[in-house]
Design a protein around this ligand. Structure first.
Ligand code: GLV
Ligand code: MN
Ligand code: MN
Length: 393
């Protein structure tokens, strides 16, 4: 495990902040993909890159002997992200597979390690793009035409990175191979700290989504334009930010405006346009929708939905089986989106394991998991994988 981390840790790391910028189809992302391919090759696993760019490293033949069991997560990051969100699940999956081999286990079903493409949506705006494309939850044409902040389309970015975007979209051949998916992930909260447990199992994912507020104004001089003559969209952004907090409190939800694009972005110019992205989540869909409506009203603009993920309830039978197998570990809901949730919503049997995060901080360079807890996660994942691959379903 140490060697895998040592190779992966410098990739896409910002020297100034210590955070990661591993955005889809950038050189840092490609280096992560090469890392994955090298780990697969080192173990003699069969590397498959599916039509949507997701990577799979198979031990056994999922077409002849499947469906198989898959463990994995993602390697991309948010802007200035932590080291563990995503990579912990992929590194732990390889380490758990090694552990099974060291024990001489011969699985009764094929077993794979997976890395899903563009889980964070940091560059093109849609989270879990690889798994949404795989299941058909994201339309292929829409995906190809998504643009990054420089105006590069996803299709062009993929092409430049050597991946043909022509065949994006629902991929039944790949889905058929996946009998069960288990995603191990660093916890993005303090629930496991509070109960003093290194590992937990997921119950549900809150409904959540992303909306664009596109605020038009009139560019003008910051000094010579009288206040009453201004059409300044920044004021409507300010109203939206405050409304997001107030509405979230009122409806028991969370809401964040963490990304804005200001044009022309000059100190001495009133903006001509402000675009802001609202992230809203809650235990109850109606509450999330109410928050979005109140923010849109405060900004006097339509909130354009860029993505929506309904509540995910992980398979209760599998969840209870894994919880028992791991000695009655805690069961937690999460407000973070995950590829396992996307596959679960598409009818794939899926489960998640969480590893304790001492501060609960995530999507930040301060994200952390202690080494002993990472080992406990690998132990738990190996136990789960040994159980799930013991016999054909
Ligand atoms: C994924 O990390 C999310 O934003 O929920
Ligand atoms: Mn994340
Ligand atoms: Mn993640």
């Amino acid at each position: 495990m140490d060697g895998m981390w040592a190779d992966l840790l410098p990739v896409g790391r910002d020297g100034a902040t210590g955070g990661y910028r591993r955005h889809a189809w950038t050189p840092a992302d490609l280096a992560c993909r090469e890392w994955f391919a090298a780990e697969a090759a080192r173990r003699g696993l069969d590397l498959v890159v599916d039509r949507n760019g997701n990577q799979w490293a198979w031990w056994g033949d999922p077409d002849a002997d499947g469906p198989g069991v898959v463990a994995g997560s993602h390697l991309d990051s948010v802007p200035d992200g932590g080291a563990y969100d995503g990579p912990l699940g992929v590194v732990s999956a390889f380490a758990a597979l090694d552990r099974l081999r060291d024990r001489g286990l011969v699985p009764g079903r094929p077993l794979a390690v997976a890395s899903f493409t563009d889980e964070e949506g940091a560059r093109f705006g849609i989270a879990c793009a690889g798994s949404r494309l795989l299941t058909g939850a994201l339309d292929a044409d829409r995906a190809r035409n998504l643009t990054d902040s420089d105006g590069t389309t996803l299709a062009d970015a993929m092409r430049s990175a050597g991946h043909d975007p022509t065949h994006l979209g629902r991929d039944d051949e790949t889905l058929r191979r996946v009998g069960t998916l288990v995603e191990l992930h660093v916890e993005q909260g303090r629930a496991l700290v509070d109960v003093g447990a290194p590992v937990g199992v997921a119950s549900t994912i809150w409904p959540h989504g992303r909306w664009l507020l596109d605020l038009a104004g009139e560019a003008n001089h910051a000094g010579t334009t009288r206040l009453e003559d201004r059409d300044d969209p920044m004021l409507r952004l300010a109203a939206a930010v405050l409304a997001a907090r107030e509405a979230a409190i009122e409806h028991g939800a969370v809401a964040t405006i963490g990304r804005v694009a200001v044009a022309p972005n000059g100190t001495n110019a009133i903006p001509s346009r402000v675009r802001a992205w609202l992230d809203a989540r809650g235990a109850v869909e109606a509450d999330v929708r109410a928050v979005v409506a109140e923010v849109a009203a405060a900004a006097a603009v339509d909130a354009v939905e860029e993505s929506w993920t309904a509540e995910v309830a992980f398979d209760a039978t599998l969840r209870d089986r894994l919880t028992g197998l791991l000695g009655g570990v805690p069961v937690l809901a999460t407000a973070a989106g995950h590829d396992a949730g996307i596959l679960a919503a598409a009818g794939v049997e899926a489960a998640m394991l969480f590893v304790r995060n001492p501060t609960g901080v995530s999507h930040s360079p301060a994200e952390h998991a202690e080494v002993d807890d990472c080992h406990a996660g690998v132990d738990a994942l190996a136990t789960v994988l040994a159980h799930l691959t013991a016999a054909r379903p």
